[in-house]
Design a protein around this ligand. Structure first.
Ligand SMILES: Nc1ncnc2c1ncn2[C@@H]1O[C@H](COP(=O)(O)OP(=O)(O)O)[C@@H](O)[C@H]1O
Ligand SMILES: [Mg+2]
Length: 132
C-alpha cells in the first residue's frame, strides 16, 4: 500500500475516502486520536473539492521519513473555479457558501501544514498527515 487514488464526484465519496483512510491509518499504526484528526481534516478538504471544486479526486501516498517517521500525503485536486483570495479563505469563519468556514483553517491546524495551488483552472490542496 504505497499510493491510492480515490475519485470525489459527490459527497457520498467522502465516506469512501474516510473508510480508506481508516484502513491506511490502521496499517501504518497511527494512534487512534491522531487517526480521527486526520480523517476530520481529510473530510473537510474532500467536501471542499466536491462542493466548491465541482468534484475531483484525491491521491494518497505513503511518505517514509528518517528513522520510523511515516506519513500519509493527501493531495486533493479539482478543476473548479479556484480560490480568489487565499488569505480570506483561510480565515476562521469565512465561507462563500453555507459552511462554517472552518474547513481550510481547521485542516491546516490538524495537519500542521497545508499547501494550496489555485487558479481559475482549478485547485490543488496538499498536506501530509504524520503519525505522532
Ligand atoms: N477547492 C476549492 N475550490 C474553490 N474554492 C474553495 C475550495 N476550497 C475552499 N474554497 C473556498 O474557501 C472557503 C473556505 O473554505 P472552508 O474553510 O472549508 O469553509 P466552508 O467549506 O465552510 O465554506 C470556501 O467557502 C470557498 O469559498
Ligand atoms: Mg469546507
Amino acid at each position: 500500500m504505497k499510493s491510492e487514488r480515490i475519485a470525489l464526484p459527490d459527497t457520498r465519496a467522502v465516506g469512501r475516502l474516510r473508510e480508506r483512510l481508516r484502513y491506511w491509518t490502521k496499517e501504518l499504526d497511527f494512534p487512534s486520536i491522531r487517526a480521527t484528526k486526520v480523517l476530520t481534516a481529510a473530510s473537510e478538504l474532500a467536501r471542499n473539492t466536491v462542493i466548491y471544486g465541482g468534484g475531483g479526486e484525491v491521491f494518497l501516498e505513503r511518505i517514509d521519513g528518517p528513522r520510523d517517521k511515516v506519513g500519509i500525503r493527501m493531495r486533493f485536486v479539482d478543476q473548479g473555479p479556484g480560490i480568489a483570495d487565499l488569505e480570506l479563505a483561510f480565515t476562521d469563519g469565512y465561507t462563500s457558501g453555507s459552511g462554517l468556514g472552518l474547513g481550510l483553517s481547521g485542516a491546516r491546524r490538524l495537519l500542521g501544514d497545508l499547501s494550496v495551488d489555485t487558479s481559475p483552472a482549478g485547485t490543488t490542496v496538499e498536506g501530509t498527515a504524520w503519525r505522532r
